[in-house]
Design a protein around this ligand. Sequence first.
Ligand SMILES: Nc1ncnc2c1ncn2[C@@H]1O[C@H](COP(=O)(O)OP(=O)(O)O)[C@@H](O)[C@H]1O
Ligand SMILES: [Mg+2]
Length: 362
Amino acid sequence: MKNFDKNNPYNELPLLPPKIELETKKVLQKTITASRALAKLNGTLINLPNPNIFIDTIHIQEAKSSSEIENIITTNDDLYKAFVADKKTNNPAAKEVISYKEALWLGIERLHEKPFITTNLCIEIVQCIKKNTAGIRTTPGTTLSNSKGEVIYTPPLGETIIRDKLYNLEKFINEDNSLDPLIKMALMHYQFEAIHPFSDGNGRTGRILLLLFLKKEGLLDIPAIYLSDYIIRNKGDYYNKIRAVTEKDDWESFILFMLDMIEQTSIKGLIRLRKINSLITKTSESIKKNLPNIYSKDLVEILFRLPYIKRQNLIDTGFGNAKTVGNYLIELEKKEYLSSVKVGKEKLYLNQRLMNILEEEI
Ligand SMILES: Nc1ncnc2c1ncn2[C@@H]1O[C@H](COP(=O)(O)OP(=O)(O)O)[C@@H](O)[C@H]1O
Ligand SMILES: [Mg+2]
């Protein structure tokens, strides 16, 4: 029997790596298919003429779903409006999702400066998500419950114990090369969640780490993958599989879940990318034909950065003064490439076809 009691702080949480055989035949087979799907997505992304067009939108989608896993729920419409409009939103969920996206960016920037995932980086990330200065938990009272309100897990307690376990995790992430990186990623995620270093924000920080890790390992150079889409669709499984590691040392099921997440979201990501790309091509040809006076490659690109744009985005990208870009937008609306909506006093322009692809089930 394991020395685990759901009602007592799990200070006995074993350090990484686990002392069992992890690279079973099933795991290795799944590692191959997941790696292949991820490599295909990565190859496609890095060969795009301007992959950065997609990144904001994918990160907002990721932020939305990752937050939704924690019951912070917004619509795409509210969220993009809040992200683009000048007026600060007073929708708390939209605010928190935007903070999540900022935290993801912060992590990516830090990784550029220093290619390590550290305890301090996790603290910076959680502070950015939560917009507070909280650090490692120091007081008792953090537990995880199921939907009936019953406690299912009590994480380790005591700052020194938590920091020691994080230090082990940090060493494992940055120095252990004995396992395939995708398997390592799964172990890292479980361990981070099991340590549960913060009083809130652990799920979201842990999922940001997944993207950072893929980038750090060179498996996804442009961190444009929408992993939380899989988790939100399989949330019950996600929770059960984390529990099964704790309660039964069932690493295999958890690793297979995480590998399937990589595989499925890579495949779907590629399909979505192709759809958006072909819409860009179609739109480009159509604007060239219908509005030759204003057509440029840069103009088309800016229509695809986010589903909503505003006048200032065009001004900032050098399309001319307010009057000129105002006329551009009028022309684009007349020909139904965009439709305007009022947000407070401001006018935003929606690219409905792009929004449709984002909202489509794949
Ligand atoms: N049995 C469990 N043991 C450890 N971690 C768990 C367990 N079940 C779920 N989790 C993780 O805890 C996260 C929720 O923790 P929380 O701190 O509330 O995150 P957030 O603030 O981002 O809402 C889940 O998303 C999941 O990653
Ligand atoms: Mg929470």
